[in-house]
Design a protein around this ligand. Structure first.
Ligand code: NAD
Length: 487
């Protein structure tokens, strides 16, 4: 079996304990990963903390930090195929998706590389003639970054890029499911020339490595992506160190199709929204709201497209749906779909676990009618679309917003005024109009409600990694007047 090493203080090491990683396409162990324990976390945090005040990183100019990030971006681009193959092997995500995503990840690093020397403080027009007052925007400190298993290279890029641009140091905990690409990324971070200990990458379990890391007294900010239940643990952990948090959580995103939409285009976008990445996407458009007048026509189009999807080996470029990442995940989806049928929903396509090895699940569509079925309300993180219909725009808005989540949404209409009205009324961090699942380093990304707080991507993201220091400098040579009066 292939052996991977964790990255602590610039050294690649086996770790005192290990665990096996499973290839989801075969269901068999294929690699051995270090299982980071408390001591590993302590050493990694100490290295990150040391780099904040001492050594090359602390004295580096922002422009030099940007150059290192550019170098890392080039290395990622040059090694994109290797990274994509590793991610596909360890998570089951199809090679078509991982290849395209990793090539784009390099651009995320380039965006933050360019931003490094544009993070500015300010000079204040203070209301006292003998004072100069200015604001320094300084790195927030040591970052604990926690990522889930899906898209780890992408979800870590939107943390590493802005954090290093701002001058922070980091300890990253990869997911225990599919961590291989993160440990390969560690090799490129080392090769790019970042000083030892600026970025540390550990692989371990949430309740031991993750819990210790996020409650560690030397952590200043926690950047978390994962499920809302885990986020509650993270917030409790942060009570120990009072670290600030940014939380990118799950979703149950509405995909609204009006009768005046281009149905062919909307159907393709819906396929992208729920079946791409086998639906294992936080922005999955898992709730289809279709206007009643076109429901039958639209569903027929969608079912035909779902049946044409090629399911198979995730390493094959022709494959469109690969296995789910874990057995547990597939069992959960199977149970929820069965429950929805018991609750009165109608299975109109898929829903049957295929025979054979690997954690495969077919593209599935469920007509919920008027039922708030479990698949309609619960984030499944799989290729399962739940459908309900509406008659009026008012009903569409009500159904769309009837969720504690608020990550993404899609609106399909050819009526410009309606599009604007929907944009204003939908409660979600992202509204895609006549498109879906588009991302860019330039555009902030994040949710409302139980989908989280803070933004990744764009200029806003860098603010989470900085803090303001206010500097007061007295310019008068006269002695300080009355010391008992506040100045
Ligand atoms: P998860 O919440 O189970 O795990 C996420 C990470 O948290 C893992 O690295 C895990 O080890 C760690 N963790 C678990 N318990 C912990 C604890 N007590 N302390 C510290 N760390 C702990 O999520 P998952 O199943 O890996 O991923 C799926 C979830 O992630 C879905 O809800 C999905 O929507 C969400 N997600 C959100 C986004 C986004 O940007 N909004 C992107 C991708 C995935």
């Amino acid at each position: 079996m292939k052996q991977f090493q964790q990255f602590v203080d610039g050294v690649f090491e086996d770790g005192t304990s290990t665990f096996e990683s499973i290839d989801p396409a075969t269901g068999k162990a294929w690699a051995v990963m270090p299982r980071a324990l408390r001591d590993d976390v302590d050493r990694a945090v100490a290295a990150a903390d040391r780099n904040l005040s001492d050594g090359d990183w602390a004295s580096m100019t922002a422009t030099q930090r940007g150059k290192l990030l550019y170098r890392l971006a080039d290395l990622i681009a040059a090694n994109a195929q290797h990274l994509a193959e590793l991610e596909t092997r360890d998570t089951g995500k199809i090679i078509r998706e991982t290849s395209a995503q990793i090539a784009y990840v390099a651009d995320y690093y380039r965006y933050y590389a360019g931003l490094a020397d544009k993070i500015q403080g300010a000079h204040l027009p203070i209301d006292k003639p003998d004072m100069e007052v200015w604001l320094r925007r300084e790195p927030v400190g040591v970052i604990a970054a926690i990522v889930p298993w899906n898209s780890q290279l992408f979800l870590s890029a939107v943390k590493i890029g802005p954090a290093l641009a701002a001058g922070c140091t980091m300890v990253i905990k990869a997911s225990e499911e599919g961590p291989a690409p993160m440990l390969a990324l560690a090799r490129l971070i080392d090769e790019a020339g970042f000083p030892a200990g600026v970025v540390n990458i550990l692989t371990g379990f949430g309740d031991e490595c993750g819990a210790h890391l996020t409650s560690h007294p030397k952590i200043d900010h926690i950047a978390f992506t994962g499920g809302p239940q885990t986020a509650k643990h993270i917030i409790r952990n942060s009570a120990e160190n009072l670290a600030s948090t940014s939380l990118e959580l799950g979703g149950k995103s509405p995909f609204v199709v009006f009768e005046d939409a281009d149905l062919e285009s909307a159907a393709n976008a819906q396929v992208a929204g729920i079946f791409a990445a086998s639906g294992q996407s936080c922005v999955a458009g898992s709730r289809l709201l279709v206007q009643a007048s076109i429901k039958e026509r639209f569903l027929a189009l969608l079912v035909a497209k779902a049946r044409e999807i090629t399911i198979g080996d995730p390493q094959d470029h022709k494959t469109e749906i690969g296995p789910l990442c874990t057995q547990k995940q597939r069992d959960h989806i199977t149970q929820q779909v069965e429950l929805a049928v018991v609750e009165g929903a109608e299975l109109i396509c898929g829903g049957i676990v295929p025979q054979g090895a690997g954690f495969y699940y077919p593209p599935t569509i469920i007509d919920c009618g008027d039922v708030d079925a479990s698949t309609w309300t619960t984030e499944l993180f799989g290729p399962v679309l739940s459908v309900r219909s509406f008659n009026t725009e008012e009903e569409a808005v009500e159904l769309a917003n009837d969720t504690p989540y608020g990550l993404a949404s899609g609106v399909f209409t050819s009526n410009l005024s309606r599009a604007h009205r929907m944009v204003r009324r939908i409660r979600a961090g992202i509204v895609w109009v006549n498109t879906y699942r588009a991302v860019s380093p330039i555009a902030p990304f994040g949710g409302f409600g139980q989908s989280g707080q803070g933004r990744e991507g764009g200029l806003e993201a860098v603010l989470d990694y900085t803090r303001i220091k206010t500097v007061w400098l007295r310019t008068s040579d006269e002695p300080i007047p009355d010391p008992f009066v506040m100045r």
